[in-house]
Design a protein around this ligand. Structure first.
Ligand code: PBG
Length: 307
């Protein structure tokens, strides 16, 4: 391709790092890439995300820039993408996911189990808050927002005893060594799509759709499609108290997809926890089945209960 490819990115450290990683992947395929900054409502407005129209606040400005031809492609954290496809926007690549787990960054190197009763643990995520409450450790869950640096700063300053963050974000910012524990998904299931990147471009830019599809990882795509199908079936948004984690593993008869999911009441006192498995090619079907079973068990009503 002879043109220079313009990669639209938000200005945050995590967004520019993720875009930089993808820019390198595209350059490795032999193409020229330049980064173009685009600001979004989620960056400008510092209020609680849940009051900002919920899903997609970080996403729509980049999609507008794509559709208006100001940029050629964009990188999102997959977990921030609404489950409904956008008109004119293609998702040619979901690169290989590395760490999907949440991590704890606590004072004095503490793990979750070592935090004393009454410890102040910060998170802005209803999913993380509900799962923290559900552990029954007597933690005081404090609502916070801000970028990774701001959140960790509240532990460094002594304002909080710990915060919970996506491990992938810390790894990408080269701050993985600040995590004091990677949380076992048995205790803390991640958000659907957590840790995976989504690369978007215009559907009608068929040349670029084809080029970017070289960066797609089929196993990661199957896993996150399944996780997001649970979310869609439960008609929940990215800020719902819902965790889901799927993996493609080698079984006796070839590849199998496994998924675990949990829906919680806001205060974590009630949970619907279920799992399913099947063939990776049936990721949508597996996610729909699991979501339907969770609905039948009352998951939708649970998630509406306040914190
Ligand atoms: N909610 C914002 C957000 N969107 C994606 C990530 C981390 C990177 C990822 O999950 O891929 C984060 C930060 C966090 O949850 O700690």
């Amino acid at each position: 391709m002879s043109r220079v490819l313009r990669l639209g990115t938000r200005a945050s450290a995590l967004a520019t790092t993720q875009s930089g990683m993808v820019a390198e992947m595209v350059r490795a395929l032999g193409h020229e890439v330049e980064l173009v900054h685009v600001s979004t409502e989620g960056d400008v407005n510092r209020g609680p995300l849940a009051q900002m129209g919920g899903t997609g606040v970080f996403v729509s400005a980049l999609r507008d820039a794509l559709l208006e031809g100001r940029v050629d492609f964009a990188v999102h954290s997959l977990k921030d993408l609404p489950t409904t496809p956008a008109d004119g926007i293609a998702l040619p690549a979901i690169p290989r996911r590395e760490d999907s787990r949440d991590v704890l960054v606590a004072r004095d190197g503490l793990t979750l189990g070592e935090l004393p009763v009454g410890s102040r643990v910060g998170t802005g995520s209803p999913r993380r808050a509900a799962q923290l409450h559900a552990l029954g450790l007597g933690l005081d869950v404090v609502a916070i927002r801000g970028n990774v640096g701001t959140r960790i700063g509240k532990v460094t300053s002594g304002e909080l005893d710990a915060v919970v963050l996506a491990g992938a974000g810390l790894n990408r910012l080269d701050r993985a060594d600040e995590a004091t524990e990677s949380l076992d998904p048995l205790q803390m299931l991640p958000a659907p799509g957590q840790g995976a990147l989504a690369i978007e471009c215009r559907t009608d830019d068929t040349e670029l759709v084809e080029l970017l599809s070289a960066l797609d990882d089929a196993a990661t795509r199957a896993a996150v499609v399944c996780e997001r199908q649970v979310l869609a079936t439960l008609e929940a948004g990215c800020s719902a108290p819902l965790g889901a984690l799927a993996e493609v593993v080698e079984g006796d008869e070839g590849e199998e997809l496994w998924i675990r999911a949990v829906a919680l009441s806001g205060d974590g006192s009630r949970t619907v926890r279920m799992s399913a498995s099947g063939l990776p090619g049936d990721a949508v079907g597996i996610g729909t089945r699991l979501g339907s079973e969770m609905l039948a068990a009352g998951a939708a009503e649970l998630m509406e209960e306040p914190a």
